[in-house]
Design a binder for this molecule. Structure first.
Ligand code: SF4
Length: 105
């Protein structure tokens, strides 16, 4: 299952984390929602492959520890989403389609 590109309509913003929005539902540690808005990562799909961290030319992503999550114990957090240049590399390389980038959001 890929990230829902309509998440801003289908989910509610329930929190903020390091300056970006978090879209619920969130029930830690098993359910973590979507982090980011312009650059959005579905933490419940992310399996910590790391290709986005390696390939992003402007270092938007940082690892965040998520112990107890069923998919992976760390996630690619779009901590610097305001730096995104919309190259779409992260969207292309993510093996589980956990990332959606939309400059209009
Ligand atoms: S679209 Fe490009 S610049 Fe933006 S987060 Fe993804 S890899 Fe980085």
């Amino acid at each position: 299952m890929a990230i829902d590109p309509q998440f801003t309509e289908n989910r509610e913003q329930v929190d903020t984390h390091k300056g970006h929005d978090v879209w619920g539902p969130v029930e830690e540690p098993e359910k973590l929602g979507i982090h980011g808005t312009h650059v959005a990562v579905d933490f419940d799909i992310c399996l910590a492959d790391g290709a986005c961290l390696e390939d992003c030319p402007v270092d938007v992503f940082e690892w965040v520890e998520t112990p107890g999550h069923p998919e992976s114990e760390k996630k690619a957090d779009p901590a610097n989403e305001t730096q995104c240049i919309d190259c779409m590399l992260c969207v292309d390389v993510c093996p589980v389609d956990a990332i959606d980038v939309d400059a209009s959001r």
